[in-house]
Design a protein around this ligand. Structure first.
Ligand SMILES: [Zn+2]
Length: 243
């Protein structure tokens, strides 16, 4: 290896690891999905880029630089918490004409954002976006309180060329998740105390049976428990490096 190439190699190891896209075939062409960190990821197809929850979570060994990810045509924000709505990172992925879809609770922080309520569906070019409830059933910061109240945040089902991608957001294994149909690719959180444990997540995933599932927003959770619980179901569990 030439010295210059070796130095370049060292430099890239020191920086936040370059994310590797996952590819899925839709009727309208390939959809590329790139994990960034924690709850942040990129969807790309047909010349469009969607950034999901661009935010510095503080959970990773190093922080992603949203100045170096592709600028978004569409941004999907799930919730008001700072690991999902981070104004500085959001500003970095925006360009002239970027549409930012938000739950109503984020309206004060994202002027000009397009508010979607749980249960609403909207079309953005070739993309269909459905807002799905995301909330805690039982976990909260104090008795009688929940970390995520029903109706505040949005999970999303994103459809492109018939390919259905579920972004669960911060949620427990709620009935609305269990009732989902025809999900090709699912991103499901598992982190305590804010969402759910890996075994609870696995039980909910079994109920709606996506073709492929990625644990995301998992912190230091034991993903082996999740993986083992889904063995023999035919669901393709894909563990990737999100931190
Ligand atoms: Zn979160």
């Amino acid at each position: 290896m030439k010295a210059a190439a070796f130095l370049l190699c060292l430099a890239s190891i020191a920086a936040f690891p370059a994310p590797v896209p996952e590819e899925f075939q839709s009727r309208a062409g390939v959809v590329k999905i790139t994990p960034i960190q924690h709850g942040s990821l990129t969807l790309a197809a047909g010349g469009n880029v969607i950034q999901v929850d661009p935010a510095v979570s503080g959970f990773g060994a190093s922080d992603p630089d949203f100045g170096s990810v592709p600028k978004a045509d569409l941004v999907l924000i799930t919730d008001i918490h700072e690991d999902h709505l981070d104004k500085a990172s959001l500003a970095k992925v925006r360009k002239a004409g970027t549409t930012v879809v938000i739950p109503g609770a984020a309206a004060g922080d994202v002027p000009g954002g397009v508010v979607m309520k749980n249960g609403e569906t909207r079309k953005f070019g070739a993309w269909i976006i459905e807002a799905i409830p995301m909330y805690n059933l039982k976990r909260g910061p104090a008795p009688g309180e929940l970390f995520h109240d029903k109706g505040r945040g949005n999970g999303y089902v994103v459809t492109y060329g018939g390919l259905r991608i579920y972004l669960a957001g911060d949620t427990e294994g709620i009935p609305e998740m269990r009732a989902l149909k025809n999900i090709d690719v699912a991103f499901v959180p598992m982190i305590l105390p804010y969402t759910m444990a890996p075994l609870e997540a696995a039980a909910a995933v079994k109920a709606f049976h996506p073709k492929v599932v990625y644990p995301y927003h998992y912190g230091k959770s034991n993903l082996k428990n999740f993986e083992n619980a889904l063995k023999g179901t035919g669901i393709d569990v894909r563990i990737r490096s999100w931190y």
